[in-house]
Design a protein around this ligand. Structure first.
Ligand code: FAD
Ligand code: UDP
Length: 361
């Protein structure tokens, strides 16, 4: 069989590449996916009770990139959802990220926004060098807030201390010098009206795209000729673990459907210090669905099974660089996505990267 492009992985990276290349070149594309569905980790589906769930953890679309938002808007309408997260600290549910409301309720204070800035300034443990996620948090908010909201959550999430992790991890969480209690402040935020899977299906409508599910590309590649291979799977597997396996963090997702209409106060509640799970998501509060029952998901981070998160410590980022040197030498292979580039990408960043690459092919 002969294809212009073979794409490995039907996540957002592979799907965006397929859609753009089909639209621009009208050449045959083969999209190979080892799971039994498209969408990668943004896949959502209706469970046996008819509740729309995110099978691989809560996904909230948010971006400041108009091009990415406009592009995806060709394939879905949006529910105008603004994400709020609460953190269970000292027996109370407090707004996350840290802002005036969080601190006033945590310490029973009545600070204005201006006084909050002064308060934080007093709390900070200023660092001259910011080299780890612990440095980031201590420098921004000081020890007490760090220990209550970040330290133990991060240890649970990554199985290591924040002092071992790259600055990029805790830097994902902003500190808010205003009364905005939303988790994200991006200009464009929302949930695809009919879900992510439907959006992905709409992206793959071209007759030039052929999809092969339940297939590991290594089992079929020998029988296929192609001009360019686009690879979105784990990079270490691509090179048969030549430099050893890269470390990825995984998650054990535990779902429960409860015979109540509402379970918790927010779509996501984080549990930094209590229980073995990091957070509980209640899907109806993300999707806006009405239903007499509700489904919740608890996330237990672990090292087994599926790779979800590249592991952002010095050791593993350095090992990835060994693979990166090989990747740069490839002539007809393009690497893109969270697993292939070993980067803690959000959805919008993956789409942005794929759009750029597709333009140059
Ligand atoms: P993936 O979705 O992982 O797709 C790669 C695909 O390649 C997979 O389907 C895999 O099965 C396939 N594959 C691998 N090896 C092979 C092989 N040998 N042969 C064939 N197929 C193969 N981002 C946000 O913007 N907002 C959020 O709220 C958010 N929440 C998240 C929550 C969790 C728990 C996780 C894990 C991620 C979250 N993300 C979020 C990030 C988002 O999931 C990613 O940015 C995005 O899904 C990455 O797409 P991708 O195509 O790079 O990778
Ligand atoms: N984090 C934390 N406490 C929280 C939320 C997040 O310490 O209540 C840290 C933790 O290290 C986490 C990182 O910030 O891995 C990024 O959080 P985010 O919510 O972006 O994680 P994701 O949704 O990607 O799992």
């Amino acid at each position: 069989m002969n294809y212009s492009y073979v794409i490995v992985g039907a996540g957002l990276a592979g799907i965006t590449m397929a859609e753009r290349l089909a639209a621009r070149h009208q050449k045959n594309i083969l999209l190979i996916e080892k799971r039994n569905h498209i969408g990668g980790n943004v896949y959502d589906s209706y469970n046996e009770d008819g509740i729309l769930i995110h099978n691989y953890g809560p996904h909230i679309f948010h971006t400041n990139n108009k091009e990415v938002f406009d592009y995806l808007s060709n394939f879905t309408e949006w529910i105008q959802y603004q994400h709020h997260v609460l953190s269970f600290v000292d027996g109370r549910l407090l707004p996350m990220p840290i802002g005036v409301e969080t601190i006033n309720r945590l310490y029973n204070l009545h600070l204005s926004v201006f006084e909050f800035a002064q308060f934080i300034e007093q709390q900070r443990e200023k660092r001259t060098k910011i080299e780890t996620s612990e440095d980031v948090a201590l420098d921004k908010v000081g020890r007490d807030i760090y220990e209550k909201f970040f330290k133990n959550y991060t240890i649970k999430q990554w199985g290591t201390d924040p002092s071992e992790l790259d600055t990029s991890v805790i830097s994902r969480i902003p500190l808010r010098f205003n009364r905005d209690t939303r988790y994200f402040a991006d200009q464009y935020q929302g949930m695809p009206r009919l879900g992510y899977t439907k959006m992905c299906e709409n992206m793959l409508k071209s007759k030039h795209i052929h999809i092969l599910l339940n297939t590991d590309y290594r089992d079929v590649l020998d029988g296929i000729t192609y001009d360019t291979l686009i690879y979105t799977g784990p990079v270490d597997a691509f090179y048969q673990y030549k430099y050893g396996k890269l470390k990825y963090r995984s998650i054990d997702f535990k779902m429960e459907t409860l015979d109540v209409a509402s379970y918790q106060e927010a779509a996501v509640i984080n549990y930094p210090n209590d229980y073995a799970f990091t957070r509980i998501t209640e899907f109806k509060k993300l999707t806006g669905q009405t239903h007499a029952k509700t489904t919740i998901m608890k996330e237990y981070p672990c090292f087994k099974d599926e790779p979800y998160y590249p592991y952002p410590t010095k050791e593993w980022l350095a090992k990835y660089q060994q693979y990166e040197a090989l990747m740069k030498k490839e002539k007809n292979v393009v690497f893109v996505g969270r697993l292939a580039e070993y980067k803690y990408y959000n959805m919008d960043a993956v789409v942005e990267k794929a759009l750029k690459l597709a333009e140059n092919l």
